[in-house]
Design a binder for this molecule. Structure first.
Ligand code: 2P0
Length: 371
């Protein structure tokens, strides 16, 4: 097990000037799903995802020396310019969990300004982009206040580790292209504790793959992912599922290397349906897909049968569909979406996204530096 605990990371308060760091970090879509966890946010099975481009969180972490050092972490989080109590509490709990790793967090006072590129009420989970952006800010802060990392890989591994503690799927967002989280015998660098990139072995066809997100419902879902992961512990199919996901992550890596888009699509769709079948077979059972989710799935299957177009779907833990397809068929597929699928979306909304290059460190404004 990795041990990042470091009691020596404390500051001489009189030497610290106020400052800020800022990162933009994207969301990701799992191709093989993480569903079930144990211990301290450790996955029951390996997963692999594409990192997205457009759907992202922009986070600025400003800090100054805390006037009256206390036990916990002093933080206020502003979402789209407004103080958000729920996110402040969640962030405080997360940062307090990190105190053994970063004891200096209780010597500072933090103000976090965050915003998402996608509409707040779009029913899209923001935990992957949000927690990865925050983790990247914290690791950059460590570099500013202490020593630089030996290399980029070390920086990223630590950011991915911290992001995982905030939200499991967030650890995969640290890298552009594709990332694997969870120990896989065939991938030496892989770990349950952080994600690793598999971007260099990504076939050309996947490097600019599209992911259009159809917003079937923007309502908050009835069962959180946290509760969903928990229900896997009593699921009668759990052990068979974990074994299947391990085999599939392995095979998906071959597929991603070789560019086999048909096999890619088969695994992708089966993963989506398996995820939701696991929810339906949990105790108590629950259903997150909606009638319009199924209506769109039927139309995609019909479209594929009629045209042979390599258009496949996947689902997150919710009713919205991610439609994945190669850039070479983008014009035809977008026409199909507009003409036949938007009808099933709430307010006819969809987000056109694609595989992205990963997080980006941004300049901070003068105003953020001063606050
Ligand atoms: C995934 N999902 O692999 C799976 C598939 C959703 C469907 O991980 O409790 O927000 O914070 O670790 O990462 C969503 O759950 O859960 C998720 P926590 P997370 O992307």
């Amino acid at each position: 097990m990795l041990n990042y605990n470091n009691p020596s990371l404390t500051l001489i308060s009189s030497e610290v000037r106020p400052g800020a760091v800022r990162w933009r970090s994207p969301s990701n879509i799992a191709l093989v799903k993480y569903w079930g966890k144990h211990g301290v946010q450790l996955p029951r099975n390996p997963s692999v995802s594409f990192t997205l481009d457009g759907a992202a969180t922009d986070t600025t972490l400003s800090y100054s020396v805390r006037e009256a050092p206390g036990e916990g972490v002093e933080v206020a989080l502003y979402l789209d310019g407004e103080l958000n109590k729920g996110f402040t509490d969640r962030t405080q709990i997360f940062m307090e969990k990190l105190l053994p790793i970063y004891p200096f967090l209780k010597q500072l006072s933090f103000k976090i300004k965050t915003s998402n590129s996608f509409p707040h009420s779009a029913g899209i989970a923001s935990s992957a982009s949000g927690m990865s952006a925050l983790a990247l800010c914290l690791v950059s802060l460590e570099e500013e206040l202490f020593e630089p990392f030996k290399d980029r890989a070390e920086f990223n591994a630590k950011a991915s580790y911290l992001a995982r503690l905030g939200s499991g799927s967030a650890c995969r967002s640290i890298y552009g292209g594709a990332a694997v989280w969870g120990t896989l015998a065939s991938l030496k660098s892989s770990s349950d504790e952080f994600a690793v990139p598999v971007t260099e072995s990504l076939h050309r066809v996947f490097q600019d793959y599209h992911d259009d997100i159809l917003l079937i419902s923007k309502s908050e879902k009835s069962v959180s992912s946290r509760a969903g992961h928990g229900l896997m512990e009593g699921n009668p199919y759990a052990s068979a599922r974990y074994a299947q996901a391990t085999r599939r992550t392995d095979e998906m890596l071959t597929v991603l290397r070789e560019g086999n888009i048909e096999r890619f699509g088969e695994i992708l769709e089966s993963e989506a349906l398996t995820l939701h079948a696991l929810m339906m077979s949990s105790h108590p059972p629950y259903v997150l897909i909606r009638p319009n989710t199924l209506a769109v799935i039927e139309r995609i299957h019909q479209y594929r049968a009629d045209t042979g177009m390599p258009l496949y779907f996947t689902l997150d833990a919710g009713p919205n569909l991610h439609l994945l397809y190669p850039n070479s068929v983008a014009a035809e597929v977008k026409q199909f979406i507009r003409e036949q699928l938007l009808y099933f979306c709430e307010d006819k909304m969809y987000l056109a996204d694609r595989v992205g290059k990963g997080p980006e460190r941004l300049e901070v404004s003068e105003q953020d530096l001063a606050s």
